[in-house]
Design a protein around this ligand. Structure first.
Ligand code: UDP
Length: 334
């Protein structure tokens, strides 16, 4: 199989590239490195089945050529991270909507299968947990920047499902819940890499709000396995599917667990939301996926629990820090 992964140099995209290559598939990546990182795919460059293009999916002739060469498209390119969304709403909306429009239009010309990575953000402020795919979406007002992300992703979902219904383009929509693991950066606000880094360097661990909000964290290896299996399942076409973990933890408890596991002396610091993001910021109090649908289709069960996940991130960040120190010690001085 020849697979095109948009956003393939990103955190999830690079793990999916690795996974598909290991299975013997040919992988084409397009990434503009806006939030992706070339370091994520350097180790794949020597594989003859791996090809990458540093460009945006908005470059239509280039993207068209890559779509033509592929049998399937995993569309992961998007603006990610709540901080980035609050700071750059225009870029978020445009990247998410235009990028998906282009991918679906190009894929439709040759009826290439497309798997769209959407997000649990689309459930918004829904209070009924767990969130299941046919639940109502409850979004906040348009003057609050955060909701533009959910809205833009919901439009992507509508468009993908419309292409399937109206034009018979085989499209699958996946809603990814908090996905974590090695290579994820805290630069765009994600909580777990941020906490681990703070704990390892001894900085205060910044809990936003009172820390009573909860999330469920899935390891990226479980998530990419599900993405691939769903892409091969004809019953997944035309459907929306949650992917994630349903092991719930409050953010305060998460901070304490990271601190303990890292053997850290960092203190836990509470930061008001308006300081962390913007005035009037609304957070989701709980976010738990209903996984019945994905379990039924591909027998999905997350294999990595929270402690194993945290351990893998601590190990990754420690290795990164050691190789950074090593590189500095062998760099000749001025
Ligand atoms: N969060 C936090 N401290 C941080 C970063 C995030 O307390 O340094 C909180 C954030 O307010 C949210 C949760 O952790 O309640 C998860 O945030 P993240 O951005 O990782 O993902 P989200 O679930 O909001 O998309």
């Amino acid at each position: 199989m020849k697979a095109l992964i948009t956003g393939g140099a990103g955190f999830i995209g690079s793990h999916l590239s690795e996974y598909l290559l290991q299975q013997g598939h040919e992988v084409f990546v397009i990434d503009d490195l806006s939030t992706g990182n070339i370091e994520n795919i350097l180790h794949l460059k020597s594989n003859p089945n791996f090809h990458y293009t540093i460009d945006t999916v908005m470059n239509v002739p280039m993207t068209a050529e890559l779509v033509d060469r592929s049998d399937i498209i995993f569309h992961l390119a998007a603006s990610v991270g709540v901080r980035l969304i609050v700071e750059s709403p225009v870029r978020t909306i445009e990247t998410n909507i235009k990028g998906t429009e282009i991918i679906l239009e190009l894929a439709n010309k040759k009826k290439k299968k497309v798997l769209i990575a959407s997000t649990s953000e689309v459930y918004g402020k829904a209070s009924k947990v767990p969130f299941s795919e046919e639940d109502d979406l409850v979004l906040g007002p348009t003057h609050k920047g955060r909701w533009s992300y959910a809205c833009s992703k919901a439009i992507d979902e509508f468009l993908a499902l419309a292409y399937w219904r109206e034009k018979k383009l085989p499209a699958i929509v996946t809603r990814l819940f908090n996905t974590v693991g090695p290579r994820q950066t805290g630069r765009y606000g994600m909580v777990l890499p941020t906490f681990v880094k703070q704990a390892l360097v001894g900085d205060p661990i910044t809990v936003f709000g009172d820390g009573s909000q909860s999330r469920c964290f899935a390891h990226v290896s479980d998530v990419v396995d599900a993405l691939f299996k769903l892409s091969q399942k004809k019953e997944a076409v035309g459907r929306v599917l949650n992917i994630g973990s349903n092991e719930e933890i409050t953010i305060l408890e998460l901070a304490k667990t990271v601190k303990r596991m890292a053997g850290s002396r960092s203190r836990i610091q509470f930061v008001p939301y308006e300081e962390a993001y913007e005035e009037g910021f609304e957070d989701m109090p709980r976010r738990v996926p209903d996984l019945c649908r994905v379990q039924e289709l591909i027998g999905y069960h997350p294999t990595k629990g929270l402690e194993a996940i945290i351990k893998s991130i601590i190990n990754y960040q420690q290795r990164l820090c050691e190789s950074f120190k090593e590189a500095r010690s062998i760099t000749p001085g001025p």
